[in-house]
Design a protein around this ligand. Structure first.
Ligand code: ATP
Length: 329
């Protein structure tokens, strides 16, 4: 029997350093505040989702053992030639993510998110400095999906790199028959071409409301979820997945299936990266089915993704809280 080829996931997206400062209260104008603690950690939606795909398809003991991985993951993006860029590349490599298509710009600074967390309430305020992520131009990166060898089984994108690049990459993926999962975060209204032919759209409630123009409260009711699901499907999305935090997930697809699947009941410690973990697990399930030549069971992929995301919610941190494959067995 011929060996099954390891499926390939390519993530085109942002890489950031998260500089998180925990404070007793948010500073007032002109106030100088002493922070309780500061944490510098790898982040960016693109990198988080690449790490989620990698961790969920590898064992913790052997992240770089190609023979035992369920999926091979590579990342496309840009960092500056500074110590933060080095840290991001090293971190991806340690999780088994291929980094040879990440541009290192000598004249660029690595993207940074400055996150100030009010410790008593847990509320955060974020300043995002995209820097190198803005240099992910349609000219240089938008046609890459057609040129990738081996051809990816799934291209994963978010909206933390320029929209023109995402639109160009969607066109390029379509030309090369590469299926795309779009997680349009942070949300902005999108032209119809962004949806046309998408294999998977994963949105949270806020994103679903902004993109479809509905009121977020509509998504509290099953009829509202159905209506918004149909709105996306009318734009030719094959699988629409709306994540609902602790309520779980609603999905609808062009085969006519639709279901509201409950989330796991867990003690919530920190929901950071729950959405990215969900996307990573869902991607691994989608490409694994394709590689095995079996029909994609979206309902069971969502249940596995709920399990993985629930583990992340039970732990503090972003990428560090994402479980490895063997933690879920
Ligand atoms: P984030 O921005 O926090 O990473 P998100 O806003 O993109 O997440 P959510 O809909 O909040 O996405 O959560 C994604 C998934 O994570 C949910 O569908 C669910 O599987 C899991 N999840 C989130 N919050 C909880 C919770 N309180 N209890 C259990 N599971 C949760």
């Amino acid at each position: 029997m011929a060996a099954t080829k390891t499926p390939q996931i390519t993530v085109l997206g942002s890489l950031n350093i998260d500089l998180t400062s925990y404070v007793p209260h948010h500073p007032l104008p002109g106030e100088t505040l002493t922070s309780n603690s500061v944490v510098i950690s790898p982040g960016g939606k693109g990198a988080n989702q690449a790490v989620a795909c990698a961790k969920l398809s590898r064992s913790r003991e052997a992240p770089n053992d190609a023979a035992s991985e369920t999926a091979s993951v590579s990342m496309i993006g840009a960092v500056g030639s500074d110590s933060y860029g080095d840290l991001l590349l090293k971190n991806l490599g340690e999780h088994g993510v291929r980094t040879d298509r990440i541009a290192v710009g000598s004249d660029l600074k690595t993207g940074m998110a400055i996150i100030v967390v009010d410790e008593p309430t847990g509320q955060n305020r974020i300043i995002l400095a995209p820097e190198a992520n803005h240099a992910v131009s349609p000219e240089k990166f938008g046609t890459l999906p057609e040129t990738l060898d081996p051809k990816p089984d799934l291209l994963v994108m978010q909206l933390e790199v320029p929209l023109e690049t995402v639109l160009a990459a969607l066109r390029s993926a379509k030309a090369a028959s590469v299926p795309v999962l779009l997680n349009p975060a942070p949300a902005q209204r999108l032209p119809d071409e962004a949806y046309d032919g998408l294999a998977h759209l994963v949105v949270n409630e806020t994103e679903a409301a902004i993109l479809s123009g509905c009121d977020e409260s509509e998504l509290d009711a099953p009829e509202g979820l159905k209506r918004v699901g149909e709105w996306f499907m009318a734009k030719r999305v094959s699988n629409v997945i709306i994540t609902l935090g602790g309520r779980g997930v609603y999905y609808a697809n062009k085969e006519g299936a639709a279901e509201l699947i409950a989330a796991q009941k867990v003690k919530v410690v920190d929901t950071t990266a729950a959405g990215d973990t969900f996307v990573g697990s869902y991607c691994v399930a989608a490409v694994t089915a394709q590689a095995k030549g079996v029909a994609f069971d979206i309902s069971s992929a969502i249940k596995s993704a709920n399990n993985a995301a629930a583990k992340t919610v039970e732990r503090k941190g972003a990428q560090t809280s994402i479980p490895w494959r063997d933690e879920l067995l």
